[in-house]
Design a binder for this molecule. Structure first.
Ligand SMILES: [Zn+2]
Ligand SMILES: [Zn+2]
Length: 144
């Protein structure tokens, strides 16, 4: 599982948080998503293993993971934040407004834009996880 690469226990300890079975379970549930997962989906997955965990415990753990950089959030337009395990390489997402399909692209794709911003405005962009909306190739072909 992806998060075993993250040394997440060490990260929790270093920040003064306990490593609990529940937190491990919640991180597993985020990993199981292979991409973006809503709070509801994470919660459902956790509940299948342990029925005693409540929604607020899951929410608090996710917030902690985000704060510690173990989990990324993205707003993919469904009105709900999506959670995703942090990957070793920065990336962005393309979300199709037509069919809802998501695609992942490397951070290089937007480097020209961030370089331009830094040259023109002296502003060093630190955002390394963006969601871009549009139409995928298949949907574009169907649109006039
Ligand atoms: Zn992502
Ligand atoms: Zn599409």
């Amino acid at each position: 599982m992806t998060h075993h690469l993250l040394r997440w226990e060490a990260t929790l300890w270093a920040a003064g948080h306990r490593v609990t079975r529940q937190r491990a379970l919640i991180l597993d549930a985020v990993c199981a998503g292979e991409g973006h997962t809503s709070l509801g989906e994470v919660f459902a997955r956790v509940r299948r293993v342990d029925r005693t965990i409540d929604r607020s415990t899951v929410y608090r753990a996710l917030r902690l993971f985000v704060e510690l950089g173990l989990v990324l959030t993205a707003d993919t337009g469904g009105g709900e934040l999506r959670y995703e395990i942090t990957k070793p390489h920065p990336h962005h997402h393309l979300v199709c407004r037509g069919c809802g399909r998501e695609q992942e692209i490397g951070a290089d794709a937007l480097r020209a834009m961030t370089d331009h911003v830094s040259r023109q405005h002296g502003f060093r962009v630190a955002t390394d996880h963006l969601v871009l909306f549009g139409l995928c190739a298949a949907c574009s072909r169907q649109m006039p």
